[in-house]
Design a protein. Structure first.
Ligand code: NAP
Length: 449
């Protein structure tokens, strides 16, 4: 029997476990997660109103319920949890699928003013991540918001800011976030890219969805968009950017309807400073940019201030170092060769692997993790004849408990699901997520005994 620990139960962890048990009948996998809940960014990143993408949890559930896969929640690996070298000794191999846990920084003055937050924190809050708190995102008199960046996370947060209570009540959004967003007075949302429409990172389906939001206009200044040479003649572009440009042109030519909310899609503006007003951010100063002819932009020395009491910086996720593993600080990834972790000297670290965003960086859609996991599993199974020679001590569970962790088994997670259904029932809604550690662990403990 080959015992493998997969650290992280998001899509990359689940696809790794799936590939391992499908391809080798002798493999047993423990999927560890520091949270008592599985599914990583599918649970804590996909927006609540994207029910179709969330339904992927059904496929991931099948993996975690496989007879040779065991989910162990509430098991942190690294400082404060199970030391990485200890974990390595309990299994024949360890695969880290820990994603990219933090946000990229802008590195400009005023970035940390109250009212300026990473979009990743806002996403965690409306997704009920137990480490997320309400930073007062849409509190009081916030009427205008700026979202910096034009990727899919930016589109998600813009959409969530523009949605009304009626559209969110039927989702699993936690009650406090629903209440705050329902009371929100944000009417003007600027989504701002530093380059042109043909270089935006969002996907067309996500962009078009903004146009379908009730009582919301999506506004584009055609002259600003046309600074992008490809805007006037998108035919030569690859399919993705071409469809994006066509969608942007559609918004630019549609007349405003006088809707209650406005999403202003802006281009060729790079943030240079956040300006304070009354102890909170008051505006973002942007420098107007121009295409440099090589896909980048240059500054023009002309500036524009956009008023905003809420700024969400949506400029990408970033991997954080994994204790005990080498780390490339430039890319925010663990150096590897086809998933085999490479040590300081460039040699392979035996029995240690990576898959997902910590391997290739925070790009691609959920499905991109499938071939990525397969590549890692191919490497691991090729190494198996050597790995299996070092026999680890029996079932790792007692040793994990001896490290002071209290693993939440699958039955504990199922109990959390039941508690979330019951909570929703009491509130007259569908399933409603539990948003804090205490209620999650209480619900899980009721089943785990
Ligand atoms: P992303 O796709 O990398 O987009 C980041 C955006 O930030 C880009 O517009 C980038 O512009 C901009 N940016 C970076 N540094 C900047 C700076 N210093 N100043 C101004 N703008 C800056 O990242 P993401 O939106 O976080 O998404 C991460 C991944 O998750 C993506 O693969 C995404 O598709 C995926 N995702 C998918 C969905 C979905 O399918 N529904 C939902 C959410 C996330 P430049 O291009 O100029 O660098």
């Amino acid at each position: 029997m080959l015992r493998v620990a997969v650290v992280g139960s998001g899509p990359s962890g689940c696809y790794t476990a799936q590939s391992l048990v499908q391809r080798d009948p002798g493999v047993h996998v423990d999927v560890l997660d520091r949270l008592p809940c599985p599914y990583g960014l599918v649970r804590y990143g996909v927006a609540p109103d994207h029910e179709k993408i969330k339904s992927l949890q059904g496929a991931l559930r099948t993996v975690l319920e496989h007879e040779r896969v065991r989910f162990l929640g509430g098991v942190p690996v690294g400082p404060g949890g199970v030391p990485a070298d200890r974990l390595r000794r309990l299994y024949h191999a360890v695969v880290y699928c820990v994603g990219a846990a933090t946000d990229r920084r802008l590195g400009i003055p005023g970035e940390d003013l109250p009212g300026s937050w990473p979009a990743t924190g806002f996403v965690s809050w409306y997704s009920a991540h137990p480490d997320a708190a309400d930073a007062g995102y849409v509190q009081g008199g916030v009427r205008s918001a700026v979202v910096i960046g034009v990727g899919n996370v930016a589109v998600d947060v813009v959409r969530m800011l523009a949605r009304g209570a009626a559209e969110l009540t039927g989702t699993d959004i936690p009650e406090a976030a629903l209440g705050a967003l329902a009371a929100s007075r944000v009417r003007e949302i600027h989504m701002v890219g530093r380059r042109g429409p043909s270089q935006a990172r969002f996907t067309t389906r996500e962009l078009r969805e903004l146009g379908g939001l009730p009582d919301t206009d999506v506004l584009v200044d055609p002259a600003e968009a046309a600074l992008d040479p490809a805007y006037r003649d998108p035919a030569a572009l690859p399919a993705g950017p071409r469809r994006n440009v066509e969608a942007v042109r559609g918004f630019a030519t549609a007349p405003a309807t006088g809707a209650a909310r406005r999403i202003r899609l802006r281009f060729f503006l790079r943030p240079v400073e956040l300006l304070p007003r009354g102890g909170r951010v008051g505006a973002v100063r942007f420098e107007r940019t121009a295409p440099d002819g090589h896909g980048g932009v240059t500054g023009t020395g002309r500036y524009e201030d956009i008023e905003a009491r809420l700024v969400l910086r949506s400029v990408g996720y970033r991997g954080v170092p994994v204790a005990g593993l080498p780390f490339d600080a430039t890319s925010g990834t663990v150096p590897h060769l086809a998933g085999r972790v490479l040590g300081e000297g460039g040699g392979v670290v035996p029995g240690v692997y990576v898959a997902g965003w910590i391997k290739r960086g925070p790009t691609g859609v959920i499905g991109t993790n499938r071939p990525c996991a397969k590549e890692t599993v191919t490497s691991l199974l090729a190494d198996a004849p050597v790995l299996i020679r070092a026999e680890p001590p029996g079932d790792p569970l007692p040793a994990l408990r001896a490290e002071g962790v209290r693993p939440v088994p699958w039955a504990g997670w199922r109990a959390i699901e039941r508690a979330e259904a019951e909570l929703g029932g009491r509130l007259g809604r569908g399933v409603v997520k539990l948003p804090d550690w205490e209620s999650l662990l209480r619900a899980a403990g009721a089943a785990s005994g």
